[in-house]
Structure formats: structure tokens, C-alpha cells
Design a protein around this ligand. Structure first.
Ligand code: MGD
Ligand code: MGD
Ligand code: SF4
Length: 751
């Protein structure tokens, strides 16, 4: 469908209504725009990673449409298509700023860079390299994250390299690594076209990955036998296309997943030939166990027992387990409802357990598939190793052979990299509050609004004795208030670089226009800063992001991430390529771990499947017990508060709030309350409701509906004026260190 601007605006106005009935919202923008030329790129927003074409006229971006040659086949959702006003927002920062007498004032590049470099050098000299840190983003370019991580780990010998994917994907990474030995999904978006059952758990795909949701809805429309099961305590827009929506007490889905495994075995729907050959069974203490032991472990999770824990009728659990197992190809999709939990890694393992038990893996349509949130959490942070325990391409800081390999690749003396992992995100901001971190560089993220229990960490950022440098685009981002220096960054299509989306697809964002004022590409800012901080210039010999890309290809080449064949030239011509991709004539990989599909497996390998991340080539079915949330409701705080997203806003709102059509559809945050609870408490739509947790309290307007189940309230977190993270809890998963944004206890009162 091609639409004109006028039709497009009409469509925009209808977006909320459309979403309310769970409709897939997607369109291709007008082709009759008059532009001087189109530049190929990737959408700035979600991990779906839609390809875009940026229309340029008189050196300005005038429109954006979908790239017909990328996986999205020319379709975009509203956020993707409405980028233009963000680029030209009046809040753009166009010159470096330095805080003087409490106020940010314009400065030259030399002043801002020299001041920052001197603060980092001073901290390292006085307190050692662990007194400085970098906090980055799954929205920065791959080249930016690779470079920042290299500067800190190789140049400064500091492993305090973190980023917002810790708040987002860390549990998925933990799940993949513990089950398969390697991060990143086995399957790809191609599986959507072949799946006959979609098991969507803890993902509001319709609002958060709209183009993937469109593909799922189209698949279901094409074949009425296709089943959609949605497991979410809220009846979201995603749930509205489901054959079965399973609502449950938040946090109890670990028990539900184990109960599904119990039913699958009880009904003899497991694939014994598959799991006896390709799977190890392991208990929580990492001891090898047998299938019989697993059956015994699952006896605590009969559907009847789990009904008592979760509130889901035993019959419903039996039904969804059977559909999952009996379908010819089941695809699971999940996001933050699973990851943002104190047992997020276990929840990830339990989803994979179901696939490994039934053999729904490695066949078209059959795959566990974690949906990545940010546009470059996979390609940028996960793949290049932009976290405190990682080195590039799945290598680990703790492993001496991995460090030695990187030392050789980076031209460093043997055993010179710091062997101790740095702080994870919550620990890093805690250390900042304790005065242990003296200088912090933040890139492309807004922690003053996005961290859990944020009052605590705002206080940490506000300490007078630390130094915060921020690379940002917009002066109204909340973290600007805490910065001592702000570097103005070239935004999105104002510089070139690569994003890697959920399906291991790397696509290039072409440079369409020059950045405004004195803004510079982040790669150049980082190189300049590194040299002034005293990093050996030989470590950062990069003039632009293409140079960084070539080094990164070399670094990944000896590993299963090998994407040597994804050259810059190829990226310029093609609309995204999926790694592994070892040679320039390789088409990219749609399915991993399967002979004949995955180039990491020799063609003459003796078996069909090879989980090469594990020493014996076998994946793991883990015995993971049910464990509830860190803060369950009680008599003082009887409701569960969950937080999340709405279709038209991105995270802290610094971008989408600048688009009139998006701002209008959700001008402010609200609290979503179940109609039965509202009736009991005399609350009506629009009433002011006080939410109070053990950390803070705040008043929100009420939205009464059937979306939340009774006992649960939901608040979206995009609104800087109603900052729900002042109320959320900073408990985190002991394995992945990902915070439990999805559950805390709250009391509510009409005011
Ligand atoms: P959320 O709204 O955070 O979105 O994408 P999603 O995870 O799909 O939460 C998903 C669901 O988890 C909610 O519907 C909630 O009811 C459910 N949930 C709450 N508690 C539980 C529980 O105990 N168990 C289960 N199974 N589910 C539970 C997030 C993704 O979206 C991310 S991570 C990013 S970074 C992107 N951000 C983003 C955005 O800001 N706006 C829009 N429009 N799209 C986005 N896409 C990406
Ligand atoms: P964003 O709004 O995406 O949120 O949290 P953040 O990353 O803090 O912040 C991006 C920042 O980068 C903005 O300030 C933007 O203006 C700036 N920016 C945009 N483009 C550029 C650029 O090209 N260069 C530079 N230098 N800056 C740029 C996200 C985080 O939030 C995530 S990923 C998750 S999954 C968590 N989800 C979550 C939740 O579900 N509930 C609650 N309550 N809190 C959450 N916080 C987490
Ligand atoms: Fe952009 Fe995600 Fe929408 Fe695609 S689905 S256009 S990547 S926001």
C-alpha cells in the first residue's frame, strides 16, 4: 500500500483506535514525494530493524519510507516513518557545553575535550583505572560501541564498560549462553512465515515490534490453522489476536513453563529421538542428570499445583502445552516480561527447554526467538562485547585464552588486559554514589530517567565530586541536568554506521545529510578524546566508522560470529545480511546449529545438529525451579506495579515527544487499572490516583479497562514529568544482573 501525506496523517489520527482493536499497524509511505535522492538506512527505533529509505531534498531530510528490499518489505510503523521532525527539533544541541557555576555554557571542542580528558587522567592517576567508567547504549552504532569498549578495556585497562542492554537483553544473553553456549538467536524472521504456532510470552509485540506483529498477523490470516498463544498478565493489543490469552499472577510464569514441560512428557509429546541425541539434562548446581531425573523434578509442577501458584486453570495449561508440542512448527517470541525479572535467565532457559524437549528447533518455523528491544543491542553491544564481563565476539574477560587472543589482535603485550570484570550497571551507579567512580562517560542513553529506583542513582549522578561527560543530541534529555560536559553528537542519518537487529542482520545506515552546527560523528569524538586521555594512537587509527568496521570484521573472523563476508561495499548495496557470513559470496545465515544451514558446521559433520557453543555439541535442558519476584504484594502494598511501553513513544520520550502526531496520541503517562478494582475503589477514567511504593509516591490519571488483570496496575515510562522509575525497584537477576522493572509492590488510592 502506498499512501499520500494527507492519507498518512488521517491514518496517524486513527492509530490509537486501530491499535485498540489489535490491528497490525503498518504502511509504506508515499512514493510520489519529490526528493533529490534516497539514502538507504535502518529505522532509529526498535530491534525489529526495519530498512528505510531517507528522502533528501536541498540537503535536508524531507521524508522517510520503508526499504522494499529489506525484511520489512517496504513497511514501517508510525515511529519509523515520522523521524523527520526529530532531526530538526529546536532542542538539538549544536555546540559543546561545559558546566560553569552550575550552568551549561557553550565551549569550543578543544575546551570540552581537554577538560574531559584531564578529569579522566586525573582520576586514573590518583585512584587507578577502575575509578573511571563508560555507560553506553544499544542505540549507538556498532562502530561506536566497539570503539568505546576498546578505548576503555585496551587503552585504559578499565573494564567498567556497561550499557543499557544490561537493563534489557542481559537475561536473554544469559539464557542463550547457558542453554546453547553462544549468544544470539538460532532462527530468524523467515521462521514467521513457516510457523504454525506462535507462543508469545512477556512480549507486547503489537506495540513494541509492530512490523514483526504485522508478519505474525499476516501469517495467521493466510492460514486459519495457525495458532497464537499469548502469555501475559495484561490483555494487550497483542493478546487480542490470540486464540488463547493466558493471564496469570505476575512472576509465576516460571511455574507455568515447567508445568507445560510436565504435560508434554505426560502426554508423550516429547521428541525423544531429538533430546536423547542432542541434549544434556542439568540441575541448578550444573550436575549432569537424566531424563528420568527431569521427570521427577517436574512432579512439583503438575498443572493442578501450578494452578494454585499462577491462577491459570490446569486445563488451560494442558491445552497450551499440547498446542505447543503438537504444532508442526512452534516459534516462541519473548521480550521484557521474561527478561526484566530477578529470574530472567531461568525464564529464558525454561522457554528453550520446551523447544529442546519437543525438537521445535532448527526447522523452518520452529525456533525460540528472543525479540531484541533496541535497534543495535544485538549488533552493537552484545556482539562487540560492550559489557563489563565481555570481550568482542562472545569472548569473556575472565578467560585468559580469550584475553590473549584479543591482546594479539589489538597489538597489546601478552597478559596486559585487566582480567577482572568491571561493575555491572546497577553496581556501577551505586559505586558512583559511593564516590568510587570519579569520571563517567555516557553515550546515547538517558540513565537519569531509565534506571530503576532512579532517585537513588540521580543522587549518585548529582555528587559534586564526580565528573560526568555526556554525548547527546537533545538538551531536554534528563541526564543533561547531571552532566559537567556535553558533546553534541551527529544524529541517526547524519553519520554512517551499522545496526544489527534481532535476527543477526547487519544493515548500514547511510549518511544522508550533514549534522547541524558543530555536531560531530561519535567515532571522531571518541578517537579525539582517547588520544587526549593518553591512549596510544596506534590503538585508535580510525578516520571514520568504515575503518572501525574493518577492524571489527577482523576481530570476529576467528569466532562463530564470523561475518568477514559482510564488507562495507556489500552493506552499501544490499539491504542487510545475517551473520555468520564467512565469505563475500555467502548469502548470510537464516538458521544456526544445523548442518547445511550454518557455515560454522562442516558439510560432512556426522550429525544434523551441532550446538558448537557447548564442549560436547549438546544443548542443555535446565532444571529451573519457580521463584517469585523480589517484592511480592502484601497487606501494606497489595497491588503489583508493572511498567512498560506504548506504541507511539520510545523510552524516555526525548525523540517521540518531538513528533506532534505521536505526542498527541499519548501526551502523558497514566495508570492502567482493571475495571473491577476501579469499581471497588470508586475510580473512574481520568481520576487522580496516588501510587505509592516503598521508594516514592506519585499521582497519575487513571485509565480504567480490562487490560490489566485484577490486582495489577501498569504505568508506561516515557513521561519525564511522571517518572515512574522513582517508584520501581532495583533488585536484579543474580546471573544476568538485569533489574526487575516488571514487578514491584504498590498501594493505590484515589486522591
Ligand atoms: P514491555 O511493555 O516492556 O514491552 O518490548 P516488550 O517487552 O514487548 O513489556 C512486555 C509485556 O510484559 C507487557 O505487556 C507486560 O504486561 C508483560 N509482563 C509484565 N509482567 C510479566 C510477567 O511476570 N511475565 C510475563 N510473561 N509478562 C509480564 C520491549 C522492547 O520494545 C524493548 S526492550 C525496547 S528497548 C524497545 N522499546 C520500545 C519503546 O520504548 N516503545 C515502543 N513503541 N516500542 C519499543 N520496542 C522495543
Ligand atoms: P532512551 O530514551 O532511549 O532511554 O533507556 P535509555 O537508553 O536511557 O535514551 C537514549 C538517549 O540517547 C536519549 O537521551 C536520546 O536523546 C539520546 N540520543 C538519541 N540519538 C542519539 C545519537 O545518535 N547519539 C547520541 N549520543 N545520543 C542520542 C532505555 C532502557 O530503559 C532500556 S533499553 C530498557 S529495556 C529498560 N526498560 C524499562 C522498562 O521496561 N520499564 C522501566 N520503568 N524502565 C525501563 N528502563 C530501561
Ligand atoms: Fe522502526 Fe520498529 Fe517500527 Fe520497524 S517496527 S518501523 S524498526 S519502530
Amino acid at each position: 500500500m502506498d499512501i499520500t501525506r494527507r492519507e498518512f496523517l488521517k491514518y496517524t489520527a486513527a492509530s490509537s483506535a486501530f491499535m485498540a482493536i489489535g490491528g497490525p499497524l503498518a504502511f509504506a509511505a508515499s512514493k510520489d514525494q519529490t526528493v533529490d535522492h534516497w539514502v538507504k538506512g535502518v529505522c532509529r527505533f526498535c530491534g525489529t530493524g526495519c530498512g528505510v529509505m531517507v528522502g533528501v531534498k536541498n540537503k535536508k531530510v524531507v521524508t522517510v519510507k520503508g526499504d522494499p528490499n529489506n525484511h520489512n518489505a517496504g513497511f514501517l510503523c508510525l515511529k519509523g516513518a515520522l523521524m523527520t521532525p526529530i532531526i530538526y527539533a529546536k532542542e538539538r544541541i549544536t555546540e559543546p557545553l561545559i558546566r560553569k557555576n552550575g550552568k551549561l555554557v557553550p565551549a569550543t571542542w578543544d575546551e570540552a575535550l581537554n577538560l574531559t580528558a584531564s578529569k579522566f587522567k586525573e582520576a586514573i592517576k590518583k585512584y587507578g583505572p577502575t575509578s573511571v567508567a563508560y555507560y553506553g547504549s544499544g542505540q549507538a552504532l556498532t562502530e561506536e560501541t566497539y570503539l568505546a569498549s576498546k578505548i576503555f578495556k585496551a587503552g585504559l585497562k578499565c573494564n567498567n564498560v556497561e550499557g543499557n542492554p544490561r537493563l534489557c537483553m542481559a537475561s536473554a544473553v544469559g539464557g542463550y549462553v547457558t542453554t546453547y553456549g553462544k549468544d544470539e538467536p538460532c532462527g530468524s524472521y523467515d521462521d514467521i512465515n513457516a510457523a504454525t504456532c506462535f507462543f508469545i510470552i512477556g512480549s507486547n509485540t503489537s506495540e513494541c515490534h509492530p512490523i514483526i506483529f504485522k508478519k505474525i498477523a499476516a501469517r495467521k490470516q493466510a492460514d486459519p490453522n495457525v495458532k497464537v498463544i499469548v502469555v501475559d498478565p495484561r490483555k494487550t493489543n497483542t493478546a487480542r489476536i490470540a486464540d488463547i490469552h493466558v493471564s496469570f499472577k505476575p512472576g509465576t510464569d516460571l511455574a507455568i513453563l515447567n508445568a507445560m514441560a510436565y504435560v508434554i512428557i505426560e502426554e508423550e509429546l516429547d521428541n525423544y529421538r531429538f533430546h536423547s541425541k542432542y541434549v544434556n539434562f542439568m540441575d541448578n548446581q550444573k550436575n549432569k542428570r537424566t531424563f528420568e531425573d527431569y521427570k521427577k523434578f517436574l512432579e512439583d509442577y503438575t498443572p493442578e499445583k501450578v494452578e494454585k501458584i499462577s491462577g491459570v486453570p490446569a486445563e488451560t495449561i494442558r491445552k497450551i502445552a499440547k498446542i505447543f508440542a503438537e504444532s508442526s512448527a512452534t516459534m516462541s517470541l519473548w521480550t521484557m516480561g521474561i527478561n526484566q525479572r530477578i529470574r530472567g535467565v531461568w525464564a529464558n532457559n525454561l522457554i528453550s527447554n520446551l523447544h529442546l524437549l519437543t525438537g521445535h528447533i532448527g526447522k523452518p518455523g520452529a525456533t525460540p526467538f528472543s525479540l531484541t528491544g533496541q535497534p543495535n543491542a544485538c549488533g552493537g553491544v552484545r556482539d562487540t562485547g560492550g559489557l563489563s564481563h565481555l570481550l568482542p565476539a562472545g569472548r569473556l574477560i575472565k578467560k585468559r585464552e580469550h584475553r590473549n587472543e584479543m591482546e594479539e589482535l589489538w597489538g597489546l603485550p601478552k597478559d596486559s588486559l585487566n582480567p577482572k570484570p568491571g561493575y555491572h550497571t546497577v553496581a556501577l551507579f551505586k559505586a558512583l554514589g559511593e564516590g568510587k567512580i570519579k569520571a563517567l562517560l555516557i553515550l546515547c542513553t538517558n540513565p537519569a530517567q531509565s534506571l530503576p529506583n532512579v532517585n537513588k542513582y540521580r543522587k549518585a549522578m548529582a555528587r559534586k565530586d564526580n565528573f560526568i561527560a555526556l554525548i547527546e543530541c537533545f538538551r531536554d534529555a534528563e541526564t543533561v541536568k547531571f552532566a559537567d560536559v556535553v558533546f553534541p553528537a551527529a544524529f541517526w542519518c547524519e553519520r554512517e554506521g551499522v545496526y544489527g537487529c534481532s535476527e543477526r542482520r547487519y544493515s548500514l545506515i547511510g549518511k544522508a545529510i550533514d549534522p547541524p552546527g558543530k555536531c560531530r560523528p561519535t567515532v571522531n569524538i571518541l578517537v579525539d578524546l582517547a588520544v587526549r586521555m593518553g591512549v596510544d594512537p596506534k590503538l585508535v587509527p580510525f578516520k571514520n566508522s568504515a575503518d572501525v568496521w574493518d577492524e571489527w570484521r577482523k576481530v570476529a573472523r576467528p569466532t562463530p560470529y564470523n561475518f568477514w563476508g559482510i564488507t562495507r561495499e556489500r552493506l552499501r548495496k544490499e539491504s542487510g545480511i545475517r551473520w555468520p557470513c564467512p565469505t563475500e559470496d555467502h548469502p548470510g545465515t537464516r538458521i544456526r546449529y544445523v548442518r547445511g544451514e550454518d557455515p560454522n558446521i562442516p558439510k560432512d559433520y556426522k550429525h544434523k545438529y551441532f550446538f558448537y557453543g557447548k564442549p560436547d555439541g549438546k544443548a542443555v535442558i535446565w532444571f529451573r525451579p519457580y521463584k517469585g519476584p523480589a517484592e511480592a504484594p502484601d497487606k501494606d502494598y497489595p497491588f503489583v506495579l508493572t511498567t512498560g511501553r506504548v506504541i507511539d513513544h520510545w523510552h524516555t520520550g526525548t525523540m517521540t515527544m518531538k513528533v506532534p502526531e505521536l505526542r498527541r496520541s499519548f501526551p502523558n503517562a497514566y495508570v492502567e487499572i482493571n475495571e473491577k478494582d476501579a469499581k471497588k475503589m470508586g475510580i473512574q477514567n481520568g481520576d487522580r490516583v496516588l501510587l505509592e511504593t516503598r521508594r516514592d509516591k506519585m499521582v497519575f490519571p487513571a485509565r480504567v479497562s480490562d487490560v490489566c488483570r485484577p490486582g495489577l496496575v501498569f504505568v508506561p515510562w516515557f513521561d519525564v514529568n511522571l517518572m515512574i522509575n522513582k517508584l520501581t525497584k532495583d533488585a536484579f537477576d543474580p546471573g544476568s544482573k538485569q533489574p526487575e522493572f516488571k514487578i514491584c509492590a504498590v498501594r493505590i488510592k484515589k486522591v
